[in-house]
Design a protein around this ligand. Structure first.
Ligand SMILES: Nc1ncnc2c1ncn2[C@@H]1O[C@H](COP(=O)(O)OP(=O)(O)OP(=O)(O)O)[C@@H](O)[C@H]1O
Ligand SMILES: [Mg+2]
Length: 443
């Protein structure tokens, strides 16, 4: 604004001194002013591209760091290096292009200023010879030109800086304005009463964005306190079912009801208190075991955690760890074994004390002793609440009150294990046969 004011004032004084010379100055700057809009658009595109390339570059660098073991074990270092190099090249090219436009608009300002100075002197001297202007006025005018040029150059600088800043701002706004998939009804929402929860799926269909439906017309009732197992082939939609049940996603069609209330109307605070999902691959934070278990209930004391571990029969395991609850688990829990991570996940869920426990069993195999330990812990974890377990182990399905069989996104069978296993040629019979074969002579 100061620059524009200064340019206006300079123009007015120039007009007072000599309108002819004022026209000369404006003609020299006309190409710059006329092309400003063009430069602004180009700069905006170019800096937008730079921002995107920074994003690509960061992911190209960070992914191989996270997946270093995979990169090394498949010996794809060269390919990974190429990907990073390409991202760096692309970023460099985008930056060069943006800097090119910046430099060009600057030079255009410089050239315009030079032309204006030369033009004023030539036309001024020519007018002087004609007797229309004095030498003093021409000199004064030369000073006015520099008063005019300063803000123009400042303006082009601001223009490029602003385009760069706006490009970054647009990316931030883009993220902030992404509509939330799940809306928390907040304190106005319904609250779940304590005690085992009953579940109802009403004609639920779900498709991931731009994908085909992975669950179709699923209708299901689970009575409060039931121990339900869900089984099905890989990719049949079991984990998707679990995410809908715990409202990590909303169905594309149909409704999910907990205690007769549509989950989308339940306040998140109440929903998260009453419903806990133990995901297929639990996530541990780079902290102590205690801190990780406490994610289940933030105000739990160390004694609460110990008591909770004892209840699950994990007290001796905890005591056997080198630093007990103070053991550090490393990034994503890397310092623990896969089985130990599962135990931490169970402990966390137990501490949360949910009324509906949804358990996506890990597919990773553990040794038989740990398997039994997990089995026993699960048994205790499930008692007194509604539980829905996505079963990858036969024992889970056998011990459940009821089993639901999912196939290609539909429920195809339902009933207790002993009934389902008798239905020859059914999906469940097939799954059971392959389980038995897998267990081999040990069963
Ligand atoms: N985030 C996602 N985006 C798009 N498609 C997905 C996503 N997650 C899962 N799918 C697809 O949805 C289908 C069902 O996936 P889901 O994870 O529910 O299977 P699952 O029954 O849990 O399998 P598994 O036994 O291997 O755990 C699969 O075909 C999968 O490719
Ligand atoms: Mg799954």
């Amino acid at each position: 604004m100061v620059s524009i004011g200064q340019m206006l004032v300079a123009t007015i004084i120039m007009l007072i001194y000599s309108w002819q010379l004022a026209i000369v100055v404006w003609v020299c700057f006309a190409p710059l002013f006329l092309s400003l809009r063009f430069f602004q658009r180009k700069l905006s595109d170019a800096y937008g591209m730079v921002r995107r390339q920074v994003g690509i570059l960061l992911s190209a660098v960070s992914e191989p760091v996270v997946g270093a073991a995979v990169v090394r074990s498949y010996a794809v270092e060269a390919r990974t290096q190429r990907r990073i190099d390409d991202a760096i090249e692309a970023h460099k090219a985008a930056s060069t292009r943006a800097q090119g436009f910046t430099a060009f608009s600057f030079s255009l300002g410089g050239i315009s200023a030079g032309l204006a100075n030369a033009g004023v002197l030539i036309v001024g001297i020519w007018l002087g010879f004609a007797g229309d202007i004095t030498a003093g006025k021409v000199l004064a005018f030369a000073f006015l030109v520099s008063l005019f040029v300063g803000p123009v150059q400042m303006g082009t600088q601001i223009l490029t800086d602003a385009q760069n800043a706006i490009a970054g701002w647009r990316r931030v706004i883009g993220i902030l304005e992404t509509p939330a998939d799940l809306v928390d009804p907040g304190p106005e929402g319904a609250t779940l009463p304590r005690g085992p929860i009953d579940v109802r799926f009403e004609d639920v269909t779900f498709a991931y964005p731009d994908g085909p439906p992975v669950l179709r017309d699923v209708s299901l009732d689970i009575a409060a306190g039931t121990r339900m197992a869900i089984v099905g082939e890989t990719g049949s939609g079991k984990s998707t079912f679990a995410k809908l049940l715990t409202r990590l996603m909303d169905p594309s069609e149909g409704r999910v009801l907990l205690d007769g209330v549509d989950v989308s109307t339940i306040a998140h605070a109440s929903l998260r208190r009453g419903v806990v999902l133990v995901p297929q691959e639990g996530f541990l934070f780079d902290d102590t075991l205690l801190a990780n278990v406490r994610y289940g209930r933030l105000d739990a004391t160390e004694d609460d955690v110990r008591a909770s571990a004892d209840e699950l029969g994990l007290g001796d395991w905890l005591a056997g760890l080198p630093a007990g609850l103070a053991t550090r688990v490393g990034q994503r829990g890397e310092s623990l074994s896969a089985g130990e991570r599962q135990l931490v996940a169970l402990l966390r869920a137990h501490l949360a004390d949910p009324d509906l426990l949804v358990l996506d069993e890990a597919t990773s195999a553990v040794d038989p002793a740990l398997e039994m330990r997990i089995g026993r812990a699960l048994e205790r974890l499930m008692s007194g609440r509604t539980s829905v377990t996505i079963a990858h182990r036969m024992s889970t399905a056998e011990n459940a009150d009821e089993v639901v069989v999912v196939d290609k996104g539909r429920i195809v069978q339902r009933g207790p294990h002993r009934e389902l296993v008798r239905q020859a040629d059914s999906v469940y019979a097939g799954l059971h046969a392959s389980w038995v074969a897998q267990q081999g002579p040990s069963r």
